[in-house]
Each structure stands twice: as structure tokens, then as C-alpha cells.
Write a new protein. Structure first.
Length: 170
């Protein structure tokens, strides 16, 4: 057996172990956290190719367009703070006036966000949402619009405001 032939089985045994651990001096990749303050960056819709034209025509929503414009211009602020104790506070401020304040509790299992807000007449704004993206500075939540627009999800993109939360001490 040649030298390369002898080294190949050894390389196949060692390679998975090397790939499973970060290189020396390199920090292991941390899981991003939902904890912190987030502000809405934009609101949009996601559809499937099977969504009928009659439903697509309804997506040109002037209220959402107006809200996105106000968010872009800094006239509207939709902010949520997810706290380490599994509580949250959501506020909507438009033209300097507080339109809504909602407080409640939340839990995250995998990418499924559940929330409860007993003090809100229409329940939690965050219950039964899907975390599509969670990064250090970006959060994207999605949820079905409802039976009036079948096959349509609303997507809300948030950006982290304020410092990234310090890691919890173990």
C-alpha cells in the first residue's frame, strides 16, 4: 500500500472531528437571541405561485403602503422589546402619539413564536408567528393574513435597536 493510500483512511477518520470544532483562536458560533429591543423596518406580503389573481389584486393595500412610508420617514415607530424573563412590550407610536401599548408573555420553540396578552382585547400581536430570520441585527416574523386572503403571509422585518444583550451568565 502506498503512503497516500495509508493516509486516506486516517484523513477520513480525523476530518469529521476537525470540522465539528472551531479552529484554535476562533470563537464557537453563538445562537442569536430574540431578547432585546426591535423596531419595525418594513411590512410586506409573501405569496405562493398558486395564489389566485383575485387575491393578488387585494395586496395593493394603501394602509400598509402608508404605514411603510411613515416607518421609512421616521413618522411611525413599531417597537417590541422581548425580555429575558419571557415578557414583552409592544408599542405603536405615530406622529408622536402613542396608538397602542401591549404587554404580555412569549415563548420560542424552534422557530415558532407563541405569545399571550390577556390585557389586549384582540389578543397578542405576536402569537403563532414564524421566525423566518433571526440574526444579530435582523428579525423577520411571518404569519398568515387570514381566511380573507388565503395563501398570503404578512412578513414584518425588524432591526435591533440598542445594544446587543449581554450573554447570560451560567
Amino acid at each position: 500500500m502506498t503512503l497516500p493510500g495509508k493516509l486516506l483512511p486516517l484523513a477520513l477518520c480525523v476530518a469529521p472531528a476537525l470540522l465539528a470544532h472551531p479552529a484554535r483562536g476562533q470563537k464557537p458560533k453563538e445562537a442569536f437571541t430574540l431578547t432585546g429591543r426591535w423596531e419595525t423596518r418594513q411590512i410586506g406580503f409573501a405569496i405562493t405561485p398558486a395564489t389566485p389573481d383575485s387575491v393578488r389584486d387585494q395586496l395593493d393595500n394603501p394602509e400598509i403602503a402608508d404605514l411603510n412610508q411613515a416607518i421609512f420617514l421616521g413618522e411611525a415607530h413599531l417597537t417590541v422589546e422581548f425580555r429575558p424573563d419571557s415578557t414583552y412590550e409592544f408599542t405603536i407610536v405615530r406622529d408622536g402619539r402613542n396608538f397602542r401599548t401591549e404587554t404580555g408573555t412569549y415563548s420560542l420553540a424552534g422557530n415558532h413564536l407563541r405569545a399571550s396578552s390577556p390585557g389586549s382585547a384582540d389578543g397578542s400581536s405576536f402569537n403563532d408567528q414564524l421566525v423566518q430570520r433571526l440574526a444579530r441585527r435582523t428579525l423577520v416574523l411571518a404569519f398568515p393574513v387570514g381566511p380573507e386572503l388565503p395563501g398570503v403571509d404578512e412578513e414584518v422585518e425588524y432591526r435591533r435597536v440598542g445594544p446587543y444583550p449581554a450573554p447570560e451568565k451560567k
